[in-house]
Design a protein around this ligand. Sequence first.
Ligand code: NDP
Length: 419
Amino acid sequence: MSRLLIIGCGGVAQVAITKCCQNSEVFTEICIASRTVSKCEALKEKLEKNTTTKITTAKVDADNVDELVALIESYKPEAVLNLALPYQDLTIMDACLKTKVNYIDTANYEPEDTEDPEWKAIYEKRCKEAGFSAYFDYSWQWAYQDRFKEANILGLLGTGFDPGVTSVFTAYAKKHYFDTIESVDILDCNGGDHGYPFATNFNPEINLREVSAPGSYWEDGHWVEIPAMSIKREYDFPEVGMKDMYLLHHEEIESLAKNYPEIKRIRFFMTFGQSYLTHMKCLENVGMLRTDPVNFNGVDIVPIQFLKELLPDPATLGPRTVGKTNIGCIFKGKKDGKDKTIYIYNVCDHQECYKEVGSQAISYTTGVPAMIGAMMVVTGKWNGTGVFNVEEFDPDPYMEALNKWGLPWVVDENPAIVE
Ligand code: NDP
């Protein structure tokens, strides 16, 4: 019924691709394209025995718009699912515009080189005007709105878990549980243990950039920025237990604040163990998280990229990770004039994920919603022209698909709250 081009073949992509192959009625043909084509071929070989989805592979450098355009023109997909890195968002969006093909991703744009003077000037202006200093923000992709409309194509931004499912949870809470939502606390708890002193659960470079940045939250119509890891809370997560969690800046806060101006406060918390934080602080203090090139023996090396080479590949953590994740949103607001609080969440077991798709739960909780977002677009359940965040569409078919495709959710109408 549909043909999907998937770019990237890392931890998240491998889950999304496996899920597309379980959903052959919708995804009759897929092409896996990445920089290292051998990874695409190995995955094709593993999956094609058990699926009727026709899989092809291609080599592409997604930093190169012409290469992308040539691939899209030859494969002629209904949509492109971008599961490469946030660095490639804009080149892939440009290629989709040129070829008039729908675009889907899981993370918002950030530049690879944060010392690039052209980008930096725009970034510094945005920091002053918007009041938060994360390297990533939606302005770059929202700027495609008119061009996507003119090209009569849809861009679906951020269909991972967070952003993605957490944003759909917000739309669902508003549709079925509240007249007005006053506050949202997004909680991302990984109660898993991989046995390494230090490893990241998804791309180390993207992960470490995110968590070492200042935290921020949305309150009364503006951003409040705080030093990294300076707001800590404890929360007793269903099926996981008591964990320390820290307030971080996170991209769905930006889109939820725009799409739900009624919400007075939006915060995001992620759990971290002490060992992770100590390692990260040390790496930061010695300069290993730097994103600008450093010349070493005549070769330019970006410290955070070199660090990625030293750390375990997140795609290999599956067999050794045990425990569960609990990710969801606590909503406070009013229904029929009365105060109401609910927690909508999903619990995912690392070993169950590994048994099913060969990956740990972090890749699983992102890869499944990536497949579901692509399904919403190619089946036309979500349609329109322009650039959209997931919370702008009807949440019901997506929520139904989460239950069906491995991420069942719970609505707790009497949850503990975060002070
Ligand atoms: P990985 O590093 O495991 O995989 C990235 C893949 O992209 C690799 O296959 C890599 O190829 C490929 N790639 C990188 N650069 C290029 C390029 N120039 N051209 C073609 N292919 C390229 O990352 P993850 O799977 O962990 O993450 C994928 C995406 O998911 C990221 O954008 C991340 O931010 C996002 N994410 C979103 C989450 C959410 O909840 N919304 C949560 C977790 C991740 P190669 O093997 O050759 O390097």
